[in-house]
Design a protein around this ligand. Structure first.
Ligand code: NYM
Length: 218
């Protein structure tokens, strides 16, 4: 994707089960980085503001029924829409190259983990995501499905069920590689925040030094 090694922002992705605390940790990290003077944006998938996002939201809240393949492709389209936003120009790439670090709450891994948990084919699930930018860092907030369920407040959405989350956890295990940073989500909030901040800052520095951008699953 990037031929030269110019300074740029980092693409930092957070993954984990529902109720693993991703959204609050992303928010804290965003404030921390902004406080340190970094150019940073917080993105979240699914992006429920677009028309495709609204179809996803209706599905997740059981207001519509879609077959597993269709919803898989809608989640992927939702990422491509945000990635591309300006015709022929990658919004994500433009931001990163302008030096902005993107903190992304869920990315392609969520979709593959959730769809393969429904027994869809692994390679088929990965295919629509090919060509999106590969993250510089994936932070996995690690919590057992049982502990996550104890946190309460499952949002009442389609996937908020212990049995299904157990399957998702198994499928995340198959997706993880050695580059993922696994953070124990059951530590105190302050400890999680501190650990995440340290890991992310290391990656921001590497990207400022000109780490090359690559494509997902290339
Ligand atoms: N989800 C999220 C997927 O199944 N595939 C995806 O690609 C993404 C981004 O949406 N249960 C699922 C995981 C969640 C649900 O996400 C809503 P959140 O982070 O709770 O808004």
């Amino acid at each position: 994707l990037s031929a030269n090694n110019e300074s740029r922002g980092a693409l930092v992705v957070f993954e984990g089960l529902d109720r693993s605390g991703k959204t609050s940790k992303c928010g804290r990290l965003f404030s921390n980085l902004e406080g340190l003077g970094h150019s940073v944006e917080l993105w979240r998938f699914p992006d429920r503001t677009t028309s495709v996002g609204q179809m996803i939201s209706a599905y997740l809240t059981n207001k519509s029924q879609l077959d597993d393949h269709t919803i898989h492709l809608l989640f992927s389209a939702n990422r491509w829409r945000r990635y591309q936003l300006f015709v022929c120009r990658s919004m994500m790439e433009t931001k990163l190259k302008a030096g902005t670090t993107l903190i992304v709450d869920r990315y392609s891994y969520s979709r593959v983990a959730f769809s393969t948990a429904k027994a869809l084919d692994f390679e088929w699930c990965k295919a629509p995501e090919i060509g999106l930018i590969a993250p510089d860092l994936v932070v996995y907030l690690d919590i057992t499905p049982e502990k996550a369920a104890e946190r309460g407040g499952y949002g009442g959405e389609r996937y908020d069920q212990l049995e299904f989350q157990r399957k998702v956890a198994q499928h995340y295990k198959l997706l993880k590689d050695s580059s993922w940073k696994i953070v124990d989500a059951c530590q105190s909030l302050d400890d999680v925040e501190k650990q995440v901040k340290e890991i992310v800052l290391q990656h921001i520095i590497a990207c400022q030094k000109g780490k090359i951008l690559s494509s997902l699953w290339s």
